[in-house]
Write a protein that binds this ligand. Structure first.
Ligand code: R5P
Length: 297
């Protein structure tokens, strides 16, 4: 195999070496961006911890009235104090969330849409929000769903590229979302591939899932990763996941069901916040959660 001569085949992710292009601005990979772009990123990632608690309640865009999200107008406002960024659809925000409640919170606006959960193949989405609408909503970033390895891969990457083009023009960061469909792998190999592709195509933030060797996924992704919660699991497990990804290089969570489907969403969101911003361990956060839901009489 002469063509392998001199080729480095072993990967080295330098997981213990901090990101090197870090002089000037604290958000990973954002040094060369415009002032307006940095301002949005500073709104998303807390300048002190460098991390973010994003709360995803955009599920209605394909699930309709998902369990826990039947009434956005009732469920969401009480969670706002504990989160940094609301990830939602424009319809959900405009119809149910009073802008006066938003204060200094960021907005991650879902900007792609596709078919409903009744469809077998959910991997075909279209870009649904343009630059003008993003500015009207005062969005701090636009969430673009991508489907690496699925039937809709190419069109989803085309949506991402178009959003990056106008995002650069109007200083709106792009959050590339790694989707995991039924037919898609959930291996470290897949997540390394997908997260890196989205960053190389210009996403300023990447949302993905936890996996084995997550530290390598995070190290190889040159922009901040936020980790989705995924299906509802017991609170202890969700907090352990949040702790583990933060320890291994994530810059926050973008959690939905593990907050809004908890019997105690407010307490759960506070516990997540302790891990993301206050260096709490999973154990400390869970103890806080337990004490908060079973106060001593
Ligand atoms: C993404 O496709 C969904 O709309 C949610 O934003 C995402 O899955 C995060 O929520 P969860 O923590 O419930 O997975």
């Amino acid at each position: 195999m002469a063509d392998l001569d001199g080729l480095k085949v072993a990967h080295n992710y330098y997981v213990d070496v901090p990101f090197q292009n870090n002089k000037g601005f604290y958000v990973k990979g954002a040094n060369a961006l415009d002032w307006g772009m940095k301002k949005h990123l500073a709104h998303i990632f807390n300048p002190k911890s460098g991390n973010t608690v994003m709360f995803a309640f955009d599920h209605g865009y394909f699930m309709g009235a998902a369990a826990g999200l039947e009434r956005l107008d009732i469920e969401i406002p009480k969670l706002i104090p504990n989160i940094d960024v609301l990830m939602a659809t424009r319809g959900g925000l405009r119809s149910c969330i009073d802008p006066a409640l938003i204060g200094d919170k960021g907005i991650a606006l879902r900007a792609t849409s596709g078919s409903s959960m009744l469809d077998e193949d959910l991997s075909h989405e279209a870009l649904a929000v343009d630059a003008m609408e993003a500015s009207r909503m005062n969005a701090d970033c636009l969430a673009i769903q991508t489907f690496i390895g699925a039937d809709g891969e190419l069109s989803s990457l085309d949506n991402l590229a178009k959003a990056v083009n106008f995002g650069q023009q109007y200083s709106i960061p792009i959050l590339g979302v790694v989707a995991v469909g039924k037919q898609m792998e959930r291996t470290p190999r897949f997540f390394k591939l997908a997260t890196r592709i989205l960053a190389e195509l210009g996403a300023n933030i990447v949302k993905t899932y936890n996996c084995e060797n997550f530290d390598e996924v995070a190290a190889a992704c040159p922009v901040p990763i936020v980790v989705a919660g995924g299906k509802k699991v017991p609170e202890k497990e969700a907090l352990e996941m949040a702790y583990s990804v933060i320890q291994n290089g994530a810059h926050g969570v973008d959690m939905g069901r593990n907050i809004f489907q908890s019997l105690h969403p407010v307490e759960m969101s506070k516990a997540v916040r302790m891990i993301v911003h206050e260096k709490a361990t999973a154990k400390e956060a869970y103890e806080f959660y337990e004490d908060a839901i079973h106060p001593v009489q």
